[in-house]
Design a protein around this ligand. Structure first.
Ligand code: MN
Length: 485
């Protein structure tokens, strides 16, 4: 991510004279350099803008720079905002309005009007804020001194969102199957997703993948088996079954690269023509490398998973499915037929081979483990409401398995819903949230809210403050707004 650039642009005007402007530029450089030490992307001071022409020129430079994922705007002095109108109209990168100041404290003993004129962010930021609000520019406001760790954390978090947005525009999903027959929630408008979210979703016959699998050499398979042996415990002596999954993984990765850099994979247990097993271990290990996966044709989850994994630096993130409840404890056990990401493993994953009761194929190899616990995690779903995409974000708490489940032949997670079991489950169902989600213990609810706003999709949040009747009312109002759009 450090290869990505966020440009720092300072707003000012010519009224204060060259001495003040020299200070403004010097301070801005210093502040950007300070932040660059802490933020996950490169922060670079671009310019201090004093006229409409300069702001337009800055916007064009930012737009043209493919490494640039966003801009931080700040007004050291007062900067009349009519001169921002043309530039903001042109700007195509996410905006963070950083309401900060060079000095942290007031110099009570020495303060005079010269100091006031040079240091008036409180004044200048309001003028800029007005025009951003008036022009409906989607922006993130972060408040605090530039050395304050709380503000720096918020900036870090926003930088990952901005980088996630840029990444989202590059996401390509390879689907080896259409959606599962009769299933509704995994459907969606792929053109709309391509236009709004940047997701390119393409179909390839699984027979073409079968040819790639046939071409994998024994030496390549040996090398991946060696990797498996390093990372996982071998809990089976059916080596040939495991080797077959290794071949799937090698073939899928090669296929995705050859076809033009796909980062999302979609398959379906019912359309495996030419494959003996459902890819389990193969998909699990691919998710550990950052690939997004969607089961049963679910391309939205594959793309969302790839984006969230990128933002999470490939940690604690992957496809999940709400499976079965413990109503007594108020818990949900999430898992899938096989494909749970080892990023969720609390115990060393073990390679096991068991029959799969659905699909009519050979017994597949898969990784089995207990899931991690995390006090703050999220489950995220993207559903097509017919006239817009709805992003549903639910805060959950990942918990340790209360008891051993020795016969559970898959990896899994257990969690508590926010605000509580009953309201959390009801709110999710009222919102039309899917059974497939992307769960993350690294990406935060705030980041997904900010990303959803940048995407321009409807954002629905279920958290500790959710009150069910107000939530249902919110859904109704939101629906009316989109009906009018
Ligand atoms: Mn499923």
């Amino acid at each position: 991510m450090k290869e990505k650039i966020v440009y720092w642009i300072t707003g000012s005007q010519t009224l204060y004279g060259d001495d003040v402007l020299a200070h403004v530029a010097q301070h801005s450089k210093e502040m950007a350099a300070y932040l660059n030490r802490y933020l996950p992307v490169t922060v670079r001071y671009l310019t201090t803008c004093k006229s409409s022409e300069e702001i337009e020129a800055a916007a064009r430079r930012v737009n043209a720079d493919s490494r640039c994922i966003g801009v931080i705007l700040w007004c050291h002095t007062f900067s009349p905002a009519k001169m921002w109108i043309k530039g903001l109209g042109l700007l195509q990168k996410p905006v963070c309005h950083f309401a900060t100041q060079y000095n942290e404290e007031l110099p009570y003993e020495t303060i005079d009007m010269d100091f006031m004129n040079e240091n008036q962010a409180a004044h200048g930021d309001r003028e800029l804020g007005y025009i951003i609000a008036r022009m409906r520019v989607e922006n993130k406001v972060i408040v605090g001194h530039y050395t304050d760790m709380g503000a720096i954390d918020e900036l870090s978090s926003w930088c990952k969102v901005a980088a996630g947005l840029a990444f989202s525009k590059t996401v390509k999903v390879c689907r080896f199957s259409d959606n599962m027959r009769d299933v509704a929630v995994t459907e969606g408008d792929k053109i709309d997703a391509h236009e709004k979210l940047g997701w390119q979703v393409d179909y390839y016959p699984i027979g073409e993948l079968a040819e790639y699998i046939g071409a994998v050499t024994e030496e390549e398979t040996d090398a991946l088996m060696e990797e498996y042996a390093q990372k996982y415990t071998m809990g089976t002596d059916r080596t040939e079954v495991v080797r077959e999954q290794a071949k799937y993984e090698i073939a899928i990765e090669k296929f995705l690269k050859d076809k033009g850099g796909y980062i999302g994979i979609v398959d379906h247990f019912g359309t495996l023509c030419g494959l003996n097993q459902l890819p389990g271990l193969a998909i699990q290990d691919l998710q550990s490398k950052g690939y997004g996966f969607g089961a049963e044709g679910d391309w939205k989850i594959a793309a969302l998973g790839a984006v969230m994994q990128y933002m999470a630096d490939q940690k604690g993130t992957g496809m999940m499915e709400d499976y079965t409840y413990d109503l007594k404890e108020g818990l949900c056990l999430g898992a899938h037929m096989l494909e749970v990401s080892p990023q969720f493993a609390a115990t060393k994953p073990e390679i096991q081979v068991h029959p799969l009761s659905i699909g009519g194929k050979s017994d597949p190899a898969r990784l089995v483990f207990e899931g991690i616990s995390a006090p703050e995690a999220i489950a995220v779903s993207m559903v097509d409401m017919g006239n817009r995409m709805r992003l549903i974000i639910q805060k959950i708490e990942l918990v340790k398995y209360p008891r051993k489940m020795p016969n559970l032949p898959v990896g899994g997670l257990m969690w508590r819903y926010r605000p509580n079991f009953k309201d959390g489950v009801a709110a999710w169902i009222y919102a039309g949230g899917a059974h497939h989600t992307v769960v993350s213990s690294v990406v935060t609810a705030q980041q997904m809210i900010d990303l959803g706003n940048l995407w321009g999709v409807e954002v629905v949040v279920i958290d500790e403050n959710t009150e069910l009747n107000a939530f249902r009312e919110h859904l109704k109002w939101s629906d009316e707004i989109y009906r009018l759009k």
